[in-house]
Design a protein around this ligand. Structure first.
Ligand code: FES
Length: 128
């Protein structure tokens, strides 16, 4: 494992905007699960209304996939960030989204995300 590939290094790169989380995640897969290799805790995604707190795993391509695996129903159509059908309010946390066309004016300031394209970069609490 490259010594510079620490979780904090990767998160910093995402915050700087020089890399997106999905790209880094794919690049880092050859090194296995960074969180477990570094002894860090996996990110948690809480679905408040459903009363579930779930650990994020790199095998998921989106928070929507994680929700589906947990039996949490979030409506969807395109699964690519275009239609906005899956919109969910994020109570706290940060996510990376490679497509945001499905968001409308004011959604981002209201912390509305598109779980079909969202990857957590911190622990996240969602309203759903
Ligand atoms: S399902 Fe279309 S934007 Fe998420």
């Amino acid at each position: 494992m490259r010594p510079e590939w620490t979780v904090s290094f990767l998160k910093e790169k995402v915050r700087e905007g020089s890399k997106d989380w999905q790209e880094l995640s794919m690049e880092s897969q050859e090194f296995g699960n960074l969180e477990s290799q570094l002894g860090g805790e996996a990110l948690k995604v809480e679905f408040r209304k459903s009363g579930k707190v779930v650990e994020w795993q790199d095998r998921y391509e989106s928070i929507l996939e994680l929700a589906e695996d947990e039996g949490i129903q979030i409506p969807f159509e395109c699964r690519q960030g275009f239609c906005g059908e899956c919109k969910v309010k994020m109570i706290s946390g940060e996510v990376s989204m490679e497509e945001t066309q499905g968001l409308e004016n004011g959604d981002e300031t209201d912390n509305v995300i598109l779980p079909c394209v969202a990857i957590p970069i911190t622990d996240v609490i969602l309203e759903s």
